[in-house]
Design a protein around this ligand. Sequence first.
Ligand code: G1P
Ligand code: ZN
Length: 542
Amino acid sequence: MEISLIKTKAYDDQKPGTSGLRKKVKRFMEQNYLENFVQSLFNSLEDLPGKTLVLGGDGRYYNDKAIQTILKMAAANNIGKIILAKDGVLSTPAASNLIRKYKTFGGIILSASHNPAGINEDFGIKYNIYNGAPAPSSITDKIFEISKTITEYKIIKTADIDISTIGTTKIGDMEIEIIDGVKDYATMLEGIFDFSAIKNLFAGDFTICFDAMHAVTGPYAKYILEYMLGAKSGSVINAIPKEDFNNGHPDPNLTYAKELVDIMYSDNAPDFGAASDGDGDRNMILGKGFFVTPSDSLAIITDNHKLIPYYAGGISGVARSMPTSAACDVVAKELGINCYEVPTGWKYFGNLMDADMVAICGEESFGTGGNHVREKDGLWAVLCWLNILAITKKSVKDITEKHWQKYGRNYYTRYDYEGLNSDIAKDLFNNLKDTFGSYNGKMMDGFIIDFADEFTYTDPIDNSVTRNGLRIIFTDGSRIIYRLSGTGSSGVTLRVYIEKYEKDGSKVTSQPAIALSNLIELSDIIAEISERTGRTKPDVIT
Ligand code: G1P
Ligand code: ZN
């Protein structure tokens, strides 16, 4: 088949962020926008000809079109083989699993995660390397450099191929193996968890509601929870993926997963509730009328890891992103295992996992995962909880409250100020950075500031240095952290993370809002948020 060389004009905004290149779909639909990025990606990868890549996406609007373009460009760029999920639909953790299982060179994931989908919403493309982890900055920087000067791309002009049938097909010399995107992932999870204990749990009167939020996890959750584990039919709601996610915002938190939250706080709530996001890597865990913060979930899974067959022999350590509460640190200390604090973004866990320094990782932003893949994994987290519940026979609330009584409680909240004017947000941030030094040792509202700094992380494996977030650490371990989001597709989002540690187990069931109220007020005063932005309250509180 003939390879066409198409002349193109470079764009200047194709810098991949921590989760790949994310833009409005309409930007991606501009002439050669996707093609430029894909060619830049291929050009950035040495030794790519002849190699195998995994390809799939979260099924959002434009997924199907982008898949066809990428297939035709991959064939023109002499890629040996593509392992493609049927219909091009593949969750992010399932993609990571395929890369690892079939030892491919890497994989391309089309997703804008939890962000809304549809013609006026978001799209994204991300490259993961051979170990299943998102590409490191050395690769993404290279892609960006190439994208700024690209003048042509290669494609084979051929009719769209049928990607709805499992089997093997070809474009030119490139083989395309179309596989079931669910099976390998389900088999992988079956090898990690105590499926027979969970089956017994469902065989009793234990009930569950899993909200797939009209996004990618529907078929996965139906197959694993209902078909393999025997949860009653209908336990998975909003299970049919739609290309616009039913006009929703598939972010599993208390604000956006409202339907599930209402069910779990109703009179006849099931025993367990969970949700996952657009591409299946995030999770939210709920009990009857009870919410488990992601930071606590990480700590509880870590504390109970020996109940999970895959971790029965013990784990080397746990890691969390810097803004995630220090609840897991307390557990790690008690268990005598490693505990690492890394910058925000799942990619920072990869090296630690590869070096077997940690086995379980988490972020406050509803991301939890293990070393079975190199992405966070929503259904994995759900199965961790089901496994723990099946063995302990306790409720979600019971397990969490007992955890607080034993280890103390890290009260925690996150305030998001979305769509800020970029200059205002940057000024606010820079001003804070400039005035930081003056806070050391200062007493404010009864809290003494131990130190204030810009979080700086040196990766212990590759020695790369990352600065991400301004921290104010108080002498009692309380923290206020400020970050500018790196994943938004328009405007700037300021995130403020507030944490207070209550060590005394007998005091831990009081209201978080009360425990945190002084710090919340301080966070505004110190950064001059309302003064500079005119916002009197955040858009989202987690
Ligand atoms: C957000 C979360 C971060 C997560 C990322 C990708 O990034 O805060 O923890 O890794 O999405 O899911 P942010 O927008 O804060 O840069
Ligand atoms: Zn996601």
